[in-house]
Ligand binder design. Structure first.
Ligand SMILES: *[C@@H]1O[C@H](CO)[C@@H](O)[C@H](O)[C@H]1NC(C)=O
Length: 100
């Protein structure tokens, strides 16, 4: 019999507080959609807070996900730059890049 463990994360949306499963730490540079994957588990609210801190539009999905973020200490992230042609996560962290 297969047992399933259902983890229900009711993350409090607290604006600038980073919420994640696994911290992304300095000196990694990671795509937004990588941060949002199961491994890292960053919430959209966390990506949006980082975008707002950088003066970007948090309601624009490509701004949140097709973007390079710098990983800081303690899992904090900083929005760095949007990738017009998408973010390339093909290389493993720490070196995500924009597609050419
Ligand atoms: C979202 O951001 C992209 C990249 O800056 C831009 O091209 C697009 O027009 C924006 N979309 C909206 C709905 O603002």
């Amino acid at each position: 019999m297969v047992k399933f463990t259902v983890a229900v994360a009711l993350a409090a949306i607290t604006g600038t507080q980073a919420t994640f499963t696994k911290p992304c730490n300095f000196p990694y540079d990671v795509c937004g959609f990588t941060l949002a994957n199961q491994e890292f588990g960053y919430t959209q609210a966390t990506l949006a807070a980082a975008a707002v801190a950088a003066g970007q539009d948090p309601n624009n999905g490509t701004i949140l996900y097709d973007t390079i973020y710098n990983c800081l200490a303690d899992g904090e992230i900083a929005w760095n730059h949007h990738c017009d042609n998408g973010c390339d996560a093909a290389q493993t962290v720490p070196n995500a890049n924009c597609r050419a």
